[in-house]
Design a binder for this molecule. Structure first.
Ligand SMILES: Cc1ncc(COP(=O)(O)O)c(C=O)c1O
Length: 389
């Protein structure tokens, strides 16, 4: 029997599949994966259906870089929210979710031997892409309870071999939104070392209270060295459509396109019409989205605190990192198993978002997703209360 390739031979299943299987076995309330249990706006879904039935050719391959209305929508959105000037012809590629956008950006930028800085904890798909490109990951951890990095550790991570840094703000799993000072430092280091930023901004509209999202591409001298990745998944609660995009300077976008055209070439056509419409929704849509998430966040936060876990209200995304050390003696993986099997609530152990050497940093923390219906969050809170007794 022939064997699979070395590059995948030792690779396990993702933590999300593992937790989903365990959660299903124990009928746990699943606050693991960042997957809303509600749908995006009806008008967006209707646009996709209308495209399927009434736009000639909409059920066939679309243009490889994405349909023009969606590329224009991405450019208009960047101008409307961030005053960025994007060329919809040469500066945007529509991808199969942000996931493929990140993959194509990394593969299109990183040469064998290049160093790529990852701020921990990091979304788990970044690492395989860097390794398959032949890159070398360089880890800079953020530390609890505030989940900030040490500026000196970040500075020290930049070397003559550094080619790129992957930056995710608002951040999964901590819910952090990088401050202006943090972004300014990263930008300064990237300019000084001629480094490219791959900016994963899928939670760009989930920013609460006084926090503000600033794309690093909007900082002086950064547009020409940043590939910004986002998607419809979290902003429009349509994770199943897998419609994402990358925008940036055409010279960098060329690399993304060359990978994209040989992996997917194009992605689902009707969904692109739906998302082109979604990007025209008014400010009230975004205000309502935030208000709903603040409410859900606070329900979960109260439940976690009542159960004896320590957690702060995060400024962004839809996750809470909670410290369980007052109610359980063991690491994040052991606590996750205990919570699923004995309490009936699923979460994610964030150690899988750290390199092996840095895993102890997150030993007493787990991540809960609150992109769930109120009744689901209330049920989770009720079950969590068992941890107290
Ligand atoms: C930080 C981050 N980046 C990318 C993605 C993937 O986005 P998409 O579903 O658009 O591929 C996720 C999904 O959870 C995420 O949390």
């Amino acid at each position: 029997m022939p064997a699979i390739a070395h590059r995948v031979a030792t690779m396990g299943t993702t933590i999300f599949s593992e937790i989903n299987t365990l959660a299903a076995r124990h009928q746990a309330v699943n606050l693991g994966q960042g997957k809303p249990d509600f749908d995006g706006p009806d008008s967006v879904v209707v646009k996709a259906i209308q495209a399927m039935v009434s736009i000639k050719g909409a059920n066939q391959y679309p243009p490889g870089t994405g349909i023009a209305p969606l590329r224009e929508g991405v450019a208009d959105h960047a101008r409307r929210f961030y005053e960025l000037d994007i060329n919809p012809e040469t500066g945007v590629v529509v991808t199969c979710g942000a996931s493929e956008g990140i993959f194509s950006a990394i593969m299109g930028i990183v040469n064998p031997g290049d160093e790529v800085i990852l701020i921990e904890p990091f979304f788990d798909t970044y690492l395989p892409a860097i390794e398959w490109a032949g890159g070398v990951p360089v880890y800079v951890p953020m530390y609890p309870p505030g989940w900030t990095f040490d500026p000196e550790e970040l500075r020290a991570a930049f070397t003559p071999k550094t080619r790129a840094i992957v930056l995710n703000t608002p951040h999964n799993p901590t819910g952090r939104v990088y401050t202006a000072a943090e972004l300014a430092l990263i930008a300064e280091l990237c300019r000084a070392h001629d480094v490219v930023v791959i900016a994963d901004e899928v939670y760009e509209h989930l920013v609460f209270g006084a926090a503000q999202h600033t794309p690093i591409a909007a900082l002086p001298g950064m547009f020409e060295r940043t590939l910004t990745v986002s998607s419809a998944a979290k902003t429009f609660s349509l994770t199943g459509w897998k419609v994402g995009w990358v925008y940036g300077h055409p010279d960098l976008i060329a690399g993304v396109w060359r990978i994209h055209q040989n992996v997917n070439y194009a992605l689902n056509h009707p969904g692109q019409y739906g998302i082109a419409h979604a990007l025209t929704l008014g400010d009230d849509y975004y205000a309502d989205l935030k208000a709903q998430y603040v409410r859900r966040r606070d329900v979960l936060l109260e439940g976690l605190r009542a159960a004896g876990l320590k957690a702060e209200a995060p400024a962004g995304a839809f996750y809470i990192m909670a410290d369980f050390s007052a109610v359980f003696d063991g690491d994040d993986v052991a606590f996750t198993r205990h919570l699923i099997s004995q309490v009936g609530v699923a979460c994610i152990p964030p150690s899988s978002f750290f390199c092996a050497a840095h895993r102890p940093i997150t030993r007493s923390y787990v991540r809960f997703a609150y992109c769930k219906a109120d009744a689901v969050l209330a049920e989770a809170a009720e079950r969590l209360a068992q941890l107290r007794v």
